[in-house]
Design a protein around this ligand. Structure first.
Ligand code: IMP
Length: 186
């Protein structure tokens, strides 16, 4: 992959910083009400969900715990999912009897989350729900019940606010559409 250039490689800003901030505040308020009094654990899937997780937990006003997992679904610098999910980092504590909320950056084909949901169910949480910032329904292969959704987006490859292409662009504060020529499709 060639050297990334943030300004030149983004075709358009899909979600600006203030739109993301407002949505995260709204989700945080809803979640705080829904999970009041419950032993909540937010499980974030690295690395893409880190900015969302960091902002969402601070938009919540109830006691909670967090845990981090890392899975790989894409084979490096490609925009196609492989369907193969590998756990690179597992939970660090038991979630048995806890109310678990998976915090995801984006659901595309749904293959990653489908695997993760089955994996986490096997650990006997009291409940298991899904919160995703972005939902790209056009390419869904497996049906995923999304309990909390930030934005539904069109079938475009997006970067920023944690999302990457070839491990770059994660630090953009907004979510932008990557120019197709950057990933060799233009
Ligand atoms: P799924 O298994 O196809 O649902 O893919 C989920 C994962 O693919 C996400 O957690 C992202 O890491 C990655 N992904 C899917 N769509 C995009 C995108 O538009 N930009 C960047 N990463 C994406």
């Amino acid at each position: 992959m060639r050297t990334p250039n943030h300004a030149a490689d983004v075709a358009e800003v899909l979600l600006a910083e203030d739109a993301i901030r407002a949505k995260v505040a709204e989700l945080g308020a809803r979640l705080s009400a829904d999970y009041a009094g419950k032993p909540l654990v937010l499980v974030s899937v690295m690395k893409g969900s880190l900015p969302f997780m960091a902002d969402l937990m601070r938009a919540m006003t109830i006691p909670l715990q967090i845990d981090l997992m890392e899975v790989s679904s894409y084979g490096g610098a490609t925009t196609e999912t492989s369907g193969l999910v590998r756990i690179l980092k597992d939970l660090s504590a038991s979630i048995e009897g806890k109310d678990v909320l998976i915090v995801e950056d984006i659901i595309d084909t749904g293959l990653t989350l489908n695997y993760l949901v089955r994996y986490l169910r096997g650990k006997n949480p009291a409940s298991l729900r899904i919160c995703t910032l972005l939902d790209k329904p056009a390419r869904r292969i497996v049906e995923i019940p999304i309990d909390y959704r930030g934005f539904q987006i069109p079938d475009r490859f997006v970067v920023g606010y944690g999302l990457d292409y070839g491990e770059h662009y994660r630090n953009l504060p907004y979510i932008g559409v990557l120019k197709p020529e950057v990933y060799g499709a233009g």
